[in-house]
Design a protein around this ligand. Sequence first.
Ligand code: FAD
Ligand code: MLT
Ligand code: ZN
Length: 480
Amino acid sequence: GSAATDIPRNPAFSNLNADDISYFRTILGERNVVEDEDRLSAANVDWMRKYQGSSKLLLLPKSSQEVSKILHHCNSRKLAVVPQGGNTGLVGGSVPVHDEVIINLALMDKIVSLDKINGILVCEGGCILENLSSFLENEGFIMPLDLGAKGSCQIGGNISTNAGGLRFVRYGSLHGTILGLEVVLANGTILDMLGTLRKDNTGYDLKHLFIGSEGSLGIVTKVSILTPPKLMSMNLAFLACKDFTSCQKLLLEAKRALGGVLSAFEFMDSHSMDLVLSHLDGVRSPLPSSLYNFYILVETTGSDETYDKTKLEAFLLRSMEEGLILDGVVAQDINQSSSFWRIREGISEASVKVGAVYKYDLSLPIDQFYGIVEEMRNRLGEAAKVVGYGHLGDGNLHLNIMTTRYDSDILAQIEPYVYEWTSKHKGSISAEHGLGLMKANKIHYSKSPETVQLMVDIKKMLDPNLILNPYKVLPQSCFN
Ligand code: FAD
Ligand code: MLT
Ligand code: ZN
């Protein structure tokens, strides 16, 4: 069953009527105004099957002009909307809470241009991340971000969540790599900020407001993104460590020894490994898994095969000698490296197979990183499976707690404890997944009252009728 939400529907919103539907048909055409029950039921539920809405309408625009007409109409009629991309979000932000109209850019999946000298890609917001990656790889470039949901998530969704992922440690945040955006505002205004320049200090850099705003300020329809060159020499090591302190030291050592070629540093505990091995078919550990407490994936990407290998080998040898690594294996070919990545990227898929999963996505100072996992394990005992994994290179822990079904007693043992703990240790309650519906009321654990108030003021200015992704990101109480 799903986790119940008890947020009342905002009475200021209208109800969809037959005139609205016929208007949408005239602008989008019959086929792209979807009332089909099967398609709606898929669009009403999130990836974890935790959040469930009851929308009666899914719209599939083909251009920014169509998005503009939809929003202009919804705004004047006070019809609430939810922008949806690949629907892989993990905080309940991508599905309706009540009867919001779902707007999905799946048909806006065209590549507009690629500057082959600078690697600047311009594309529509509905492009699927993996398709962009494949396109770029043929042209000698790569996307600066990669994540387990690449086969379904859309670049507009990635930008709206400010997704982090597996390459963050090397290429940084989307706030650095996004050069421009086209966004449609709640009243239908098309905001052209689609610059393709590295440097442009002309006034306030408003695109940043939309990166990470989770569909609450506008719909991202076009994107300009700086893409790094594809480098040919890649190595991947799967390593085992005895304790968390060794993992921390290994990270510092990897940064020092591998420097510019380090391209991923991912972490998982033995509980995450066991979860994947017991729930995903055909996955095997490259190491005797029951022997070790922690696993690390270290990837290097560079341009000189011999030099990169020598560096990696020297790093591994020294870390072995110092006892930081107990065991390890370097992938011998592309198949083996995909099988290593499958273990790490498969944790989310395995976690939902248990039944119910409570996901916490925390930024924590490195010395506090694993403490909360152990505390939760002690607190919950036999009642739940607790696993810790994440992007150690970025200080981002994923704490997942799994039970057979969603249960308010379990939830009461986890929250607010986990948020209070994170706040006390000066962490963030959302490192990369966003606040969505799950954490809209928890923002104060990570942001001051004055900061939240300014966010509310900005929201009211850009979306005075509050039609864009209501009930998400900011506490509902701020708008009453
Ligand atoms: P959706 O889930 O459809 O929507 C997410 C949010 O963005 C919603 O609030 C929605 O309203 C809004 N939105 C979507 N499209 C638009 C648009 N065009 N304009 C305005 N708002 C829009 N996240 C990470 O950060 N790092 C990871 O490593 C990572 N790994 C994942 C692995 C798996 C297996 C899964 C299932 C999820 C993972 N995620 C990760 C979470 C998720 O994939 C990302 O948040 C992703 O960026 C969401 O993209 P999407 O297109 O699916 O957006
Ligand atoms: C990951 O790093 O695997 C993702 O953020 C997804 C998740 O935590 O489930
Ligand atoms: Zn992650």
